[in-house]
Ligand binder design. Structure first.
Ligand SMILES: Nc1ncnc2c1ncn2[C@@H]1O[C@H](COP(=O)(O)OP(=O)(O)O)[C@@H](O)[C@H]1O
Ligand SMILES: [Mg+2]
Length: 342
């Protein structure tokens, strides 16, 4: 008898899991932990902790341990993953085998730390796969043939760009730009230009409903709730799409530049394949209005958004686990707690 096989996308904003034998994604929760400030005791995790954003007293500290570049808070990451793995495995006796995502291009030390988190969180065996490669496996565009495919994964904390050929990553780059930075930029814009302070959840909502990498045909606006900076009273105010687009413009440019910089160092034959097939855009932020067109304009290459932009990496990890010999043939070894420390 063996444990469950789990594909785990450890995203910077959310953790998503797919399990063998189940269709699609079985868990998708924000990577947020609520801790008692004084003792560090865990009070809530995931969705429940996320609802406290901007609403909790000083006695509670919210942490998003995965949002920075690299994992800053190893202990919190481990605890978060433990809670999610327990939710998935319920009371299964055997420890699960986990294939988890890592940002493309992290150092060996960062890999070890991440593996340590996954194993100490309860995995019996674990293997890490670059997030864009996992996404490619999940959307089914990757082959083991010598043919280039470009995946751009735009998430909350990072954007990962990778060129994949023969089942593994040829060129890759991860930049610390994503939806979260845009949320911060919207907050900052409203503070400086409108004299209003808004919460994280509000700025994220504005990004989703109004924001775009280009202007829509029709002018749209929304009523948001915030707090006057002078006086501190609550107020309703109107925000236009134009303002939001202006606020996030630098992030859109940075994403386009990251894609361009990877294309620049991509060998010519692979580049030709990418130009023929187009660039695949996935991750939650690929739903940002016009981001595909902006990347397409910056590179001169078509951009396609496959279905299931957020579940693809978890499903891809599971596919890597369940496809015989895939991991061993492509140089992705399993690690256990015993082998991690040697
Ligand atoms: N419709 C949407 N429009 C714009 N951004 C979106 C939309 N839906 C989700 N997002 C953003 O996508 C990001 C999360 O993407 P995801 O791929 O889940 O991140 P990660 O893998 O880093 O956890 C968040 O910043 C979220 O606000
Ligand atoms: Mg992701």
């Amino acid at each position: 008898m063996v444990g469950l096989k789990i594909g785990l996308d450890i995203g910077s904003g959310a953790v998503t899991a797919a399990v063998e034998g189940n269709k699609g994604v079985v868990l998708s929760e924000p990577a947020v932990l609520a801790l008692e400030a004084e003792t560090g005791k865990i009070l809530a995790a995931g969705e429940e902790a996320c609802r406290m954003t901007g609403r909790c007293p000083d006695a509670i500290r919210l942490t998003r341990p995965l949002l920075g570049s690299g994992i800053a808070e190893l202990q919190a990451t481990q605890e978060l993953l433990r809670i999610f793995l327990e939710k998935i495995c319920k009371n299964k006796i055997f420890k699960p085998t986990v294939a988890a995502t890592m940002p493309a291009g992290i150092t060996n030390l960062e890999k070890r730390n991440l593996l340590g988190c996954v194993l100490r969180a309860g995995a019996g065996r674990a293997v890490l796969i670059e997030e864009p490669l996992a996404a490619a496996l999940g959307i089914g565009v990757m082959t083991d043939k010598p043919y280039g495919t470009m995946i751009v994964n735009v998430g909350a904390g990072t954007t990962g760009v990778a060129v994949i050929t023969m089942g593994s990553v040829a060129v890759a780059k991860t930049v610390p730009v994503g939806g979260n930075l845009m949320d911060e930029q919207i907050k900052h814009y409203l503070k400086v230009n409108r004299g209003v302070s808004v919460g994280r959840l509000t700025s994220e909502e504005l990004k989703k409903t109004l924001g775009g990498a280009k202007m829509r045909d029709e002018a749209i606006a929304a009523i948001a709730r915030g707090k006057e900076l002078s006086g501190g009273m609550p107020l309703y105010f109107e925000v236009t799409a134009q303002e939001v687009n202006f606020a996030i413009r630098d992030s859109v440019d940075a994403i386009c530049r990251a894609v361009q910089s990877v294309l620049e160092v991509t060998p010519p034959e692979l580049l030709r394949d990418i130009a023929d097939d187009g660039i695949f855009l996935c991750g939650g932020l690929s739903d940002l209005y016009g981001l595909d067109d902006a990347i397409s304009q910056a590179t001169g290459i078509r951009v396609k958004i496959p279905g299931n932009v957020t579940g693809a990496a978890a499903i891809g990890c599971l596919r890597a686990l369940t496809t015989e010999n895939y991991l061993s043939q492509n140089g992705y070894p399993f690690v256990t707690l015993e082998t991690l420390d040697i």
